[in-house]
Design a protein around this ligand. Structure first.
Ligand code: PLP
Length: 373
């Protein structure tokens, strides 16, 4: 019996969405316009009425957030060592110094104690990542930020629809950034959004989002600063509107599938499973740690063997301190034992809402065959 290849992620664009996109394409207005306005309104409503701006990509939002806070040369920004490379690139691009800190082995999130230990007189901001959709323990982090006058830019790329203590991520918090990249829980192909209650930051972000352009009463415009452009297209926003409407149900299914993984992998003592979290977990991905060195296999061979048996996997992520771009920071692997281990051992298993229950069993069985021979 040959079964269909199971990728580790697959975006779901419905036939209704495709019809809606076709209408936008035929409408004569395809870049930022009425669809973006509607999508921003719906996102704002979803996030409890907060101000929301959409963007072309989250890497841009994270960087613009730093600019809007005036963070640059001489400033330090604390980031988790276990995250996507954008987390460090944006800080470097803003001219500031990224300060990676180790994460918890199980939640893969940073915590207030580790952040506090990394504070210096130059620390201006923290960029926590809600890893895989599991909310960072935010109360102690915001308490620390208040005490030391720090700003927090939440990298919520994995966390649209996730909750912290019953509250939706993005419905509170300083500056919260979502990604709508093709692999994320809500996609616009490429795209992003930021939510904040800081009106000054919001106005600055809005200005900086489109060339630094200010519309004038005479119908013309002025350019107030040499900004970039990050606006979302109406075609993308149209996709996002349907994705948002389906988000909670799709995240519920992700939680269900994650639950099935925990059952199917319960007896697999070699694996380090991710922290389970609670019902607020958005389960953007299900990543396990495999002790490759101890088992005498390398990750590449393992992933090829999985692929040969019809199962796609991913690697999220190499630890930041390992990246060439971080060399000038002079980091030492010993300072990041958890991120180092996760980076070496992590494998992302297939998880997307359209998977069948039987797919989880198939992944678990294949994993067992490949690892135990
Ligand atoms: C996807 C992702 C980003 C970047 O998002 P883009 O929209 O692709 O720019 C940033 N941080 C994390 C943790 C991500 O997973």
């Amino acid at each position: 019996m040959s079964e269909e290849f199971l990728p580790f992620v697959r975006p779901n664009i419905t036939p209704e969405t495709i019809r809606g996109v076709a209408e936008v394409l035929a409408s004569g207005w395809i870049t930022s316009g009425p669809q973006v306005e509607a999508f921003e309104g719906e996102l704002s409503t979803y996030l409890g009425g907060r101000s929301v701006l959409t963007y072309s990509h989250a890497t841009g939002v994270l960087e613009e957030g730093l600019h809007a806070l005036g963070i640059g040369a001489g400033d330090e920004v604390i980031v988790p060592d276990m995250t996507f490379a954008a987390g460090v690139n944006v800080v470097l691009r803003a001219g500031a110094t990224p300060v990676p800190v180790d994460v918890d082995l199980h939640t893969r999130n940073l915590d207030a104690a580790r952040v506090e230990a990394a504070l210096t007189a130059r620390t201006r901001a923290v960029m926590p990542v809600h890893f895989a959709g599991l909310a960072v323990n935010l109360d102690p982090l915001y308490a620390l930020a208040k005490k030391h006058d720090l700003r927090i830019i939440e990298d919520a790329a994995h966390a649209i629809g996730a909750r912290y203590k019953e509250r939706l991520i993005g419905s509170f918090g300083d500056i919260v950034c979502f990604s709508f990249h093709a692999n994320k829980n809500l996609t616009t192909i490429e795209g992003a959004a930021v939510a904040t209650s800081d009106e000054a930051v919001l106005e600055n972000l809005r200005l900086r989002r489109f060339h630094g352009q200010k519309k004038l009463d005479d119908g013309g415009y002025d350019i107030l600063l040499p900004a970039n452009k990050f606006n979302l297209s109406d075609v993308a926003a149209r996709i996002g509107r349907d994705q948002l409407a389906a988000l909670d149900e799709r995240n519920r299914r992700r939680r269900e599938l994650a639950g099935l993984y925990f059952e199917a992998l319960a007896g697999f003592d070699e694996l380090l499973l991710p922290a389970r979290g609670d019902d607020g977990h958005a389960w953007h991905m299900f990543a396990v740690c495999v002790p490759f060195a101890r088992l005498g296999v390398d990750r590449k061979t393992f992933r090829e063997a999985m692929r040969a048996r019809g199962i796609g996997t991913g690697v999220h992520y190499p630890a930041l301190h390992r990246l060439t771009v971080c060399k000038p920071l002079g980091l030492h692997a010993e300072d990041f034992p958890n991120a180092e281990r996760i980076g070496r051992e992590t494998v992302t298993l297939p998880l997307f809402p359209e998977m069948r229950d039987g797919d989880v069993a198939r992944v678990a069985d294949t994993l067992e065959t490949v690892l135990r021979g």
